[in-house]
Design a protein around this ligand. Structure first.
Ligand SMILES: *Cc1c(COP(=O)(O)O)cnc(C)c1O
Length: 320
């Protein structure tokens, strides 16, 4: 038995999100295949609702709440895509959402989260911890706290992305998945190994933020300092006990790429494939380009995890 999440959970999640989440398209590129020497299938979660796969896990989790629980609302802490995912899923399901964000979070992200109808609670990073604020709010209101990756329903929801990909294109030799806290990676690995036995699932992290790689190798949780990388969706400091156990069971290897490789991959995705992908969303693409020997002649799945790029910042990276 898997520690907590099975393929049946992913099938149940798929039924819950059907008709609500987009069944995102799969892109191919002859130019990419020539460059990488493989046959690549890109699952375009940059075109998912709110711009990233995180809508899958958030909606699956909130859809499971009882009417009583729904009334009491949900609390999440995030300054990134999880905030917008919980806000949108909450709006669609009538679950009041409160998002705890640092006072210095980019105003566009605060505005986007409010735009989906969530209440935003700003806090001072120097004085308080977001976990404590979220826990206090949840206790006062009886709401649930929905973490960005450390939750079986979130993981099952994220796994629907790989399920759709393999159902559409057939069995694969490899699946490359970017990794922050490994919710997406563990869910996708469970689905991929069920639908395409023999597949090798590879997690990809930024070189400067390889907490999951270190934990995978040590077979226990290794925590690192806040990583300095342009892949802001992968700035986690450690996987959770749940995600690490699933990664150890289902994932073949974890590799890393540098920020410079990420920028090259992003440039290819934007310029050649017309895909607006945020830096974290380009991790898997960069890793495939970095492993020509392994992927030559193979059928390779690549998850483009999100497209919420900060345009001025990305323009600077691409111009450099
Ligand atoms: C959250 C996020 C990730 C990392 O997902 P985990 O489940 O934490 O590993 C990767 N890419 C994007 C775009 C994200 O929003």
């Amino acid at each position: 038995m898997s520690a907590g999440v099975t393929y049946a959970d992913i099938e149940a999640a798929a039924a819950r999100i059907e008709g609500v989440a987009h069944r995102t398209p799969v892109a191919t590129s002859t130019q990419f295949d020539e460059l990488a020497g493989c046959q690549a299938y890109f699952k375009c979660e940059n075109l998912q609702r709110m711009g990233a796969f995180k809508f899958r896990g958030a909606y699956n989790s909130l859809a499971k709440l009882t009417p009583e629980q729904r009334k009491k609302g949900v609390v999440a802490f995030s300054s990134g895509n999880h905030a917008q995912a919980v806000a949108l899923a909450g709006k669609l399901l009538g679950v009041p959402a409160t998002i705890v964000m640092p006072k210095d979070a980019p105003s566009v992200k605060v505005a986007a989260t409010r735009g989906y109808g969530a209440e935003v609670m700003l806090y001072d990073r120097a004085e308080e911890s977001r976990e404590k604020i979220a826990a206090r709010l949840a206790a006062e209101r009886g709401s649930m706290v929905l973490p960005p990756f450390d939750h079986p329903d979130v993981i099952a929801g994220q796994g629907t992305s790989a399920k759709e990909l393999i159902e559409e294109v057939g069995a694969l030799d490899y699946l490359f998945v970017c990794t922050g806290g490994a919710g997406l990676l563990s869910g996708c690995a469970i689905a991929a190994r069920h639908l395409s036995p023999g597949i090798k699932v590879i997690g990809v992290e930024p070189e400067a933020g390889n907490d999951v790689q270190q934990s995978f190798r040590a077979k226990k949780i290794v925590s690192i300092g806040v990583p300095d990388t342009i892949a802001d969706g992968a700035r986690t400091q450690a996987p959770s006990a749940l995600t690490l156990s699933l990664v150890l069971e289902h994932v073949h290897d974890i590799v890393t790429v540098s920020d410079a490789q990420l920028v090259d991959a992003m440039r290819f995705l934007w310029e050649r494939m017309k895909m607006i992908v945020e830096p974290t969303g380009a991790l898997a693409t960069a890793a495939v380009l970095d492993h020509p020997g392994d992927v030559r002649g193979k059928r390779v799945g690549i998850i483009l995890s999100g497209g919420n790029a900060d345009l001025p910042a990305v323009s600077k990276l691409l111009a450099a």
